[in-house]
Design a protein around this ligand. Sequence first.
Ligand code: PHE
Length: 522
Amino acid sequence: MAELTPNPAEDRGAWKSKLGFILAASGSAIGLGNIVFFASNAYQYGGGAFYLPYFIALFVLGIPVMIIEFSIGTMTGKSFPVAMRQLVGKRGEYAAWWTISCALFITMYYITILGWALTMFVGAFGGLLTDPAIAPFTGMDTPTDGPNATVYFFGMIATWAPMLSVAAIWGMTILILWRGTKTIEAAVRIFVPLMWLFMIILIVRGLTLPGGVDGVLYLFTPNMDGIMDVNVWQGAFAQMFFSLSLGLGTMVAYASYLPKDADQINNSMLVSFLNCGFEYIAGVAIFAMLFVYALNPAGTTLSLSFFAIPQGIANFPFGVKAFGAFFFFLLVIAGLTSAVSLVEGMASSLIDKLGISRAKGLTMVMVPGIVGSFAFALPNVIDPTLSGDGTLGLTLLDIVDHWAFRYSLLIGGLFECILIGWILGADKLRAFVNKNSKFNLGPWFNVQIKFVIPIILSLVIAGTLWQDLSGGLYGSTYDMEGYQWLPAALPVFWFLSTVVMSYVLTNRPTQEHAPHNVSNPA
Ligand code: PHE
């Protein structure tokens, strides 16, 4: 692809080529969401009933919001909060810091999950897929007959070993981010092609298993009953936001390293199609395997990748250890390039706002980040009968994920559409985008970002809130002696701390110049 004209904001960093940007943005989008969450959502909501709403969500919501986020980045050459302040004033900055603060929580547990994947990767070379397993939970405390990934997983999270993996993932993330766009670009040039290669190997394996094709048919057979269910639509919209890395300022940060004349319609389509293409391939590979071995990934979203798929792999006629290692390695590299983008979104926001060095910006994210990731990996068994999640870490993760995942991204997207559509003006955005694009956005785009998307997002958010308020408090049925206060305390803590962070950061003076020269360190 063509070399780019230099970015005027050269000292913040700049992508060397369009290919570098596309690889980085698609590396951000392709992650645990595509492998772990897409397939388990699709399974939970009934295969064909899910992918149709999901496909609609891509065009109605996904691509337009990505165009908005890319444009916020290139219009201003700044990360989310400072960019929003420039475009729509202080309330835009409040909203942006709030979502950036939510991104911190999501990053913490995203990296813990990656740490578990890394521990499972190491386990695949050992006994994970071949030996009987044992875990310190009632019913799991005698050795199983053969390998059992579920028991292995619970045994693993009840040890301190994942702490090491979590530290290793944070270390790799910071290393990749050290020199900004330079090192990110170098890493994604290796990791992104590699994840496609590994996924293709897995799909070939899945489809050549006898009976594998049936799973694929299930995934792609539209199911009209499911389509009438609001939960399916809610799941599809939330999953689309997460999968495309929208609503948390990540894509704004990546786009801020592009030249002002980048074609954002083209970029948004490319990144979205690469992401969803990968997701469908992953879905096919996974559904093939589930059907062949009649596996039922009931329970949490994690169960699919950590229990069901490894169990399927353990049943392969050959290459069990190799495929097991492949699969977890794939999870780790796909997730790593996403974690990198999450941290970059936060660190660059701090750098742009406070005028601090890159090292300082990264440290300010890393220190609380590591503490949080460690907390989500705490191995203390608090629920020996596994009425909920078993360990303290997994329980914290499950409850925080429930709130942060369901609200942050969609609220972030809602703020963006309302503020950009109404305060900056949809016409202005459209004029900016159209100037550099071969394909032009018509006046329908105004309707889209001022009405259609805000209405859909408000309905989904309100529906989710209604579910949360009318049902019992999430997690309150778990039988955890001494920890019954967690289900109420965690959402309050999450909400208050994100609001306070947003308030404090917005009211700090904005430093006009980023003094640190990223692309050419002295
Ligand atoms: N898109 C990533 C995934 O699918 C997760 C992510 C969300 C990354 C938001 C950055 C921002 O795993």
